[in-house]
Design a protein around this ligand. Structure first.
Ligand code: 9Z3
Length: 335
């Protein structure tokens, strides 16, 4: 297989794979959101979240998927909103979302917190629905934050399912966001497939069995961080995530990503320890040699609680650190 230079491979990808049918509509929505936030002089973060699928057929019956539930992205989006950012939340359809994530149907079903009580005024009137006493404070916190974000229009949501939709959207959204210059932060937490099946190689209809084993050769997904940083949004503050399952690879691979793309920060996380430990890999000083790299671990203990006495989420500390670094980038020297 020939390895293409990353810009070239991104260009050839977009030259051969079709855009999703809703792209223009999505771009128009992002454009007006960005325009509003720009007028208000607000910082904007693009949070990508959840996993991409890789369809195996044009009339898709089967696809490859990955484990990501979108917890990192949905949780971080809440902390960015709390920090005063406007958020574009680009997520896998049906993955976790800010606020509603607290009452996910599988881990915390909201129907279990509701009670039916007879209407005390009129026996013929429909009963009232109330919230279980022990859940009220928690729900009130979440609901208050949710309503306030809705009212202020600070959250814009976009969805993708497959890796092709993700790539087209990321390119278009980062091009739209580039007008914000340094005020934009990219927080790329989606779990993006490394391989895909180009439409030219896909079977039109459901792959039939009966011919023995199935062999599929996939192409490499273009490394789009490079054109994103060099061309689409050169002034943005870009944070990517690196996921590994072998702890020995985490720092070297995060470092290699930083050196390869020349962006601001790679946050490395191990699959099994990701809720308690991440590593920040960044250049000590912007513009310095790639070998002058800072490695900073961020850890929380399993029983840590936040200011309200709820279990602490590592995203709170990740976002606090990022907002500081982003501000320093905004105020830093222009090259
Ligand atoms: C991450 O590493 C995220 O932190 C997780 C979050 C996917 C682990 P959950 O959604 O999990 O909370 O369940 N995201 C980036 C993963 C990724 O695809 N990175 C690419 C790579 O590792 C580089 S962009 O090569």
């Amino acid at each position: 297989m020939t390895t293409l230079d990353s810009d070239e491979s991104a260009e050839s990808y977009f030259g051969t794979q079709l855009p999703p049918p809703t792209l223009d509509q999505d771009i128009a929505g992002v454009r007006s959101f960005v325009h509003r936030q720009r007028g208000l002089n607000r910082k904007v973060v693009l949070v990508t979240s959840g996993g991409t699928t890789v369809p195996l057929e044009l009339n898709v019956v089967r696809f490859l998927d990955n484990f990501s539930a979108g917890t990192r992205g949905a949780t971080s989006a809440e902390y960015f909103l709390k920090a005063g950012y406007a958020v574009i939340f680009m997520h896998r359809q049906f993955s976790l979302q800010p606020f509603s994530r607290h009452y996910s149907h599988s881990t915390n079903p909201f129907l279990d917190f509701l009670e039916i009580e007879p209407n005390p005024d009129k026996s013929s009137a429909p009963p009232n629905i109330t919230v279980t006493r022990s859940e009220r404070d928690g729900l009130l916190d979440v609901l208050t934050a949710y309503k306030s974000v809705q009212q202020s229009g600070l959250l814009h949501t976009l969805t993708f399912v497959n890796v092709n939709e993700y790539l087209w959207l990321l390119r278009a959204v980062s091009q739209e966001l580039s007008v914000l210059g340094r005020s934009v932060l990219y927080y790329l937490a989606a779990a993006v497939s490394d391989f895909f099946l180009p439409r030219q190689k896909m079977s039109e209809h459901k792959i039939q069995s009966g011919k023995g084993s199935l062999l599929i050769e996939m192409d490499q997904v273009p490394k789009i961080l490079k054109p994103m940083i060099d061309e689409w949004s050169p002034d943005g503050f870009v944070v990517s995530f690196k996921l590994e399952t072998d702890p020995a690879l985490l720092v070297p691979k995060s470092r290699a990503a930083l050196e390869r793309y020349g962006h601001h920060l790679v946050i490395g996380n191990d699959l099994h320890r990701r809720k308690h430990e991440v590593v920040f890999v960044s250049r000590e000083h912007q513009g310095t040699a790639a070998r002058d790299v800072g490695i900073n671990w961020l850890r929380i203990s399993g029983d840590a609680v936040n200011a309200r006495g709820h279990p602490k989420e590592i995203e709170e500390d990740i976002v606090a650190e990022l907002t500081k670094r982003h501000q320093a980038w905004i105020e830093g020297p222009r090259s």
